[in-house]
Design a protein around this ligand. Structure first.
Ligand code: GUN
Length: 291
């Protein structure tokens, strides 16, 4: 029997745990605040930001919503970030990526106060993570750790293949997995578009984490029997339905499910966890600011 890992259920448990921390902060007169900054009309980005705001409201985090015209000068975005850095009611700042081409995304990330960088993308926080002293674990890899924990998969000593080397998922995921810590202590191989024989690598893995953005790249025949499969991908592919598209992961679900001992669905796997861990980081930021 393959375990289908229910990200919605695990995310709900995380949110319930955060509710206690939020109550404690409320007793000290602190309401955690998260500002989202959207400079895009991409429907997927718009949806993500709207969902993040709704999540905040549900758990008692104040959501501050900033939307900028994608054609606005980059300085407008910098000035919003400056204001948010200075605003004591805002404990977390999230600038939705990608930003338009005329905006230097690295410069924006570096401008965010590292103590409010709930994405964990600021170089200072990346450095802390790599050094084994993470302040904010990036939300998606942290969510993946929580999913593995939820099905009692211990990563210690396991061979893990991460497919994808993005700054948002692949790299921080690999870093968390090699830490001397719970959820770490794994032997990690990071594969990417230049990997010569991906299937040979994934077939060796106890755990495969696909975060590459290629629809259904990882198929059942690329897995070892009993592998744990975490699918981070969310790809819109054309479909003959009302919306005209459907969401598929980076894993070919049906064939992978035949081989895997546990697998995340898309949607309903990693996605809800990314959102829950953003709330986690925001509460952490608020608690640290209140100290
Ligand atoms: N775009 C896609 N994923 C993310 C994320 O985790 N954080 C931000 N800021 N933008 C994203």
């Amino acid at each position: 029997m393959t375990t289908i890992i229910d990200g919605n259920e695990v995310a709900e448990e995380i949110r319930a745990g955060l509710a206690d921390a939020i109550d404690t902060l409320a007793a000290e007169g602190v309401t955690p605040g998260l500002a989202t900054v959207l400079m895009s009309t991409d429907p997927a980005s718009e949806t993500y930001v709207a969902m993040k705001q709704r999540d905040c409201e549900e758990v008692g985090i104040e959501a501050f919503d900033y939307e900028l015209d994608p054609d606005a000068p980059a300085d407008e975005l910098y000035s919003v970030v400056d204001d948010l850095n200075a605003d004591d009611d805002v404990h977390g700042i999230l600038v939705q990526m990608p930003v338009p081409d005329h905006v230097d995304d690295r410069a924006v990330l570096e401008q965010i106060d590292p103590a409010k960088d709930v994405d964990g993308f600021h170089p200072e926080n990346v450095g802390r993570l790599v050094a084994g002293d993470a302040r904010f674990k990036p939300c998606t890899p942290h969510g993946v750790q929580k999913l593995l924990e939820s099905i009692e998969v211990d990563t210690e000593g396991k061979d893990v293949v991460v497919v994808g080397r993005s700054n948002i998922v692949g790299k921080p995921m690999a870093n968390l997995l090699i830490q001397k810590a719970v959820g770490g202590n794994a032997t990690v191989t990071v594969c990417h578009s230049r990997t010569e024989d991906l299937a040979a690598k994934t077939r060796e893995a106890d755990i495969v984490i696909a975060a590459v953005g290629v629809p259904e790249l990882v198929t059942g025949d690329m897995l070892s029997e009993g592998a744990v499969v975490i699918d981070v991908g969310v790809n819109r592919v054309d479909a003959d339905n009302e919306k005209g598209y459907e969401l598929v992961g980076d894993v070919e679900y049906e064939s992978a499910k035949e081989k895997a001992s546990a697998i995340t669905p898309v949607p309903g796997g990693v996605g809800p966890m990314t959102r829950a861990m953003l709330l986690w980081n925001t509460v952490k930021a608020a608690a640290e600011a209140a100290d």
